[in-house]
Design a protein around this ligand. Structure first.
Ligand SMILES: NC(=O)c1ccc[n+]([C@@H]2O[C@H](COP(=O)([O-])OP(=O)(O)OC[C@H]3O[C@@H](n4cnc5c(N)ncnc54)[C@H](OP(=O)(O)O)[C@@H]3O)[C@@H](O)[C@H]2O)c1
Length: 256
């Protein structure tokens, strides 16, 4: 059994990674900026507490991200993790990334891509897992959109949403195993347009009432083309309709 550090172990994905690793009998440290939220207080932006949290661990799962600010500190945060991983001599640094970030010129994705590059160019043995958008993220967006009477949305965007819990199982397995470099992508069971996702959602939830919002530009074109999907890796099993039926609270609400 090993000792793991999970950054982002208080987040929607990270919480389940921590549970899975603990169920596997591993000792798991959880880094958080908030005292009491994890096992170790630390800040990847300032670096405070990170080396201490990583000292003596066998592997690190890096699932922290500053997505609300488009990942504008993610590269610095990842550099901090790489340094701590190198100091600790970890056998595997597992990084959770996003499908299609090399093809979609969205600011958050460019930052994630730069993080991947830093890890690949480091001397630290690593595994990078790219996943598609989580059911939880889409549900969160729809619950927020539902607060308005009518919401313009890009209904022709394509998604292949996946349960965060299923990505977490895969990420935990990869972290325990040998470093793979890039692991196969991990996506949900179906590719659906946003219109289809909302139609399914509205079988259970009254909102949002959406109208098409035509968006110009390369980013919109990429999402319309489904560059963020991986139909050849439809490995998740929980469908959007089964997830939507049980989704009542915004999984990201605590972070807003
Ligand atoms: N959401 C999706 O649809 C999706 C899809 C594919 C891949 N991913 C990737 O999966 C990962 C997890 O996403 P998520 O949606 O589960 O994230 P999340 O719920 O927003 O959680 C973000 C985590 O990052 C931590 N964090 C942020 N800044 C930090 C800092 N300066 N120092 C230490 N910790 C910091 C937070 O910890 P504290 O607040 O406790 O400090 C929190 O645990 C991300 O890398 C994301 O890009 C997400």
């Amino acid at each position: 059994m090993g000792t793991f550090l999970v950054t982002g172990g208080t987040g929607v994905l990270g919480r389940v990674i921590v549970e899975r690793l603990r169920e596997g009998g591993h000792e798991v440290r959880v880094l958080s900026r908030r005292a009491g939220a994890g096992t170790h207080v630390g800040d990847l932006e300032s670096g405070a507490g990170v080396v201490e949290a990583a000292s003596g661990v066998d592997a690190i799962v890096h699932a922290a991200s500053n997505s609300r600010r488009f990942g504008n500190t993610d590269v610095a945060q990842t550099d901090t993790v790489i340094r701590a991983a190198a100091d600790a001599g970890v056998g595997n640094l597992a990084y959770v990334s996003i499908v299609g970030i090399d093809r979609i010129p969205f600011r958050y994705y460019r930052n994630k891509l730069a993080c991947e590059q830093r890890i690949v160019e480091s001397d630290v043995p690593h595994t990078i897992l790219r996943a598609t958008q989580f059911h939880e993220l889409i549900a969160s967006a729809l619950l927020v959109a539902g607060r308005l009477p009518i919401t313009p949305l890009p209904l022709d965007f394509r998604f292949q949403p996946v349960a965060a819990a299923e990505v977490a199982v895969r990420a935990a397995e990869l972290a325990v195993g040998s470093p793979l470099g890039f692991a196969p992508d991990f996506g949900g069971p179906q590719v659906l347009t946003l219109r289809e996702l909302i139609d399914i959602w509205r079988q259970v939830h009254p909102h949002p009432r959406a109208v098409p919002m035509p968006l110009p530009g390369r980013i919109a074109k990429s999402f319309r083309a489904g560059f963020n999907t991986c139909p050849d890796h439809a490995d998740g099993t929980l469908s959007w309709s089964d997830y939507a039926r049980t989704a009542t609270v915004d999984p990201y609400a605590a972070r807003k």
